[in-house]
Design a protein around this ligand. Sequence first.
Ligand code: PLZ
Length: 424
Amino acid sequence: MASSEELHKRRQAAVARGVGSVVDSYVDHASGGTVTDVEGREWIDFAAGIAVTNVGNSAPRVVEAVRAQVERFTHTCFMVAPYESYVAVCEQLNTLTPGSFEKRSALFNSGAEAVENAVKIARHATGRPAVVVFDHAYHGRTNLTMALTAKNMPYKHRFGPFAGEVYRVPMSYPLRDGGLSGAKAAARAIETVEKQVGAENVAALLIEPIQGEGGFVVPAPGFLPALREWATAAGVVFVADEIQTGFCRTGDWFACDHEGVEPDLVTLAKGIAGGLPLAAVTGRAELMDAVHVGGLGGTYGGSPIACAAALASIETMHELDLAAAARRIESVLVPRLRAIAERSGGRVAEVRGRGAMLAMELVQPGTSTPDPVGTAAVSAACHRAGLLTLTCGTYGNVLRLLPPLVISDDELARGADILAAAFD
Ligand code: PLZ
């Protein structure tokens, strides 16, 4: 087998430079909580392919379901000749997502595609043009979703012009907004919408219940419920982007469950199918069904292979109670992260997150000035020592931890040891 160095050379000659990678070794195989490169070096996985392999890599049920499906048929296109597994995934999503009202779902391939379709559905159903998004938001890399995403570098730089009718309002970010209460932060956002856009022009308010790429920002309690209440009164479709937070990641099936918020539409992807590409929009039947027949779709959306994987992943989440596993990961890791923060000499401004979506925000000692250089250095030290970690944040100063939910206690402890050593 080719070495990582050889593969890197071939990559440079064959793969576009614009596609980056966090580590420069190449993967040979991966399992529940580890990833092994072609040199046989093992990393403990605190990335899960960016919150995708919640059930672990090559989870047994997923492997079995995919193998069986590939042998029966690989593709007919649901828009040409439909099949049961697409329907079964939609039934599951309609049941699992927050809200006991009647729902419908539609399946797509990527998170960005799900977000685009949620906006299409909300505009069609309301007849209104505007979409409200938040500071630090991340919703994807297609043209509309670049407009919805907040951060310029690397996502938007020189890729414009962007889609119109997108309006950005302030987020609740307790560490950086002076600790505004959820109610006050919501009032600030709502006032911005009412003064600058006009509620009657707004089709959708789109929000990640815990922000992902933007820095694992957990809004103050009450922020999401207050926005939900306003959207109901204003006839605005409340869309929760649960692409990163979904499927047991935060210790509930969905992050909205934590505060009892029932979105009108939910966008789903990542953890849905154990690593196969699948995405969905799930929501109120009257909104979803407002769109004319043939108005939604795509060649591969709800591929039978991805649907088989999704059904097996969801079964695994039930069987292993992965929501409880995420809460256990939080209870093991948070004390370790707090201990690191205490010994950091003021370099860690905050340990935050929920379930197995945890982060540390790094600053210049004793200030609130972001420290992206220190964050990159800690992350690189982790990679060298055998731990896969990711960074995020508008300021690039957030170290984030997203282990697969099936990770063992021993792997968790070894990961935390590596992280602590990386800080020292
Ligand atoms: N909405 C909340 O987290 C994807 C992107 C990584 P796609 N996040 C990881 C990168 O640098 O491209 C994401 C998300 C939220 C939407 C998306 C987009 O999902 O499947 O990457 O299109």
